[in-house]
Design a protein around this ligand. Sequence first.
Ligand SMILES: Cc1cc2nc3c(=O)[nH]c(=O)nc-3n(C[C@H](O)[C@H](O)[C@H](O)COP(=O)(O)O)c2cc1C
Length: 495
Amino acid sequence: MAIDSLSEFISAIEQAGELVRVSEPVRTRLEIAEIADRCMKSRDGGPALLFERPVLESGSVSPIPVAINLFGSPRRICLALGVDRLDEIAGRISELLELKVPEGLMGKLALLPKLAELAKFPPRSKSGRGACQEVVLEGDAVDLDAFPFLVTWPEDGGRYLTLPLVITEDPARGIRNVGMYRVQVIGRNELAMHWQRHKVGAAHWREMAERKQRMPVVIALGGDPASMYSGSAPLPPTIDEFLFAGFIRRNPVELVKAVSCELMVPADAELVLEGYIDPAEDLVLEGPFGDHTGFYSLADYYPKVHVTHVTMRKQPIYPATLVGRPPMEDYYLGNATERIFLPLLKLTVPEIVDYHMPAPGIFHNLVFVSIDKQYPGQAYKVMNALWGQGLMSLAKVIVVLDKEVNVQNPDEAWWVALNHIDPERDVRFSMGPIDVLDHASRAFTYGSKMGIDATRKWPEEGFTREWPKRIEMDAETKHRVDAMWGRLGIQIRDP
Ligand SMILES: Cc1cc2nc3c(=O)[nH]c(=O)nc-3n(C[C@H](O)[C@H](O)[C@H](O)COP(=O)(O)O)c2cc1C
């Protein structure tokens, strides 16, 4: 059974023994973040937390509990996406991509269940109000100070919503986008929208600004966990995140119309902020913010959202996350993307065997990729292809290795890479777009990239020396030692 709401997800986490309810009053300013950080830094991501008595800036206790670190363990990210292993979703995507038209009537009939399953995925529009609209606040009743939004680091510019689904529409093509972009509370009914320039929401806004049209924006919190994850997935602008979430959870996402505009929101969300951006208005200062790089992002100018309506459940739960020096909860969201997108990467770069973005590389700083090398220069072909794909174009360092290297193990990947390279020969620099959060590039969002060809070099690539073999113990000796191991009295722990 698919999990339809945040409270069902929290119950499932509790049943799995991975939830701690905190009944002690804890301040939304820094204290929740410090407690969450200690959990996220512990083994396997620590427990999910439900703060039942969050203390607002005013000193009063909010009736709205704060949930944090919900996705932050290998088990919980699988629970969120309804699988035992993330590779199951990649497997289903591969099957779809490899769908051949079968021969004969029986073969065609065998295809029907798969097509029927596909037809189940699109989001379903419900008429009337959704659970997320049990309470509707508008006008003066909108007061963002009444919600337990967090201040996460001491030098942050204010309170932020860190796990929102920002819903917008492409004015030219009418296609919806759902993006996870943090928003800063800058007034009782005003927010600063931190969509970075490479993101789809920002492209919609540029288009609306060019047309000089007011842009409706809806920010949903909660809903089913597959939808929550999908906001962070780097899908092409033409693919609706709610369709993708429906595919992941094998059940459509139910949507209802927002109360103030035509945008649709997940019926099962906890809390929805509805409003608009006026392109005639000046941008506002957003930040600084303790970011997922582990450093503060500098304050910069972003569009202001006027919140005209807040809709919510009668007893909502506010979902949040904390970013900062890795590892943090976002590693598990990003890792799901890494696993799920492997077959899609292979579609255009078929020699890719596997890839991995280790936690300290915060996704865009370091990508290990293993390939089935079949011709000279292929490592360069692969890095150039990656730098030409969606948000992979922001990757700062790409290390290409041969297929036998387990790139899921960064120690192994670096060990092989550092042995295999002649730096002057195998390292290349390129230029391109750089992630907005990169503080080292020569210019904002523009700078250099490094590609390392750590594959075995071929004679056609100018390498004529003998290439050594990896050291491995022979199987016979291993068997003999296995047989005597129990008698040796040696206790060792796996690395
Ligand atoms: C916890 C978390 C916070 C994020 N915050 C931001 C943000 O503030 N701004 C941004 O542009 N991207 C942010 N991202 C990354 C985007 O969600 C991600 O790039 C996603 O693909 C964007 O959706 P889009 O491709 O539809 O634009 C965040 C991701 C996570 C997991």
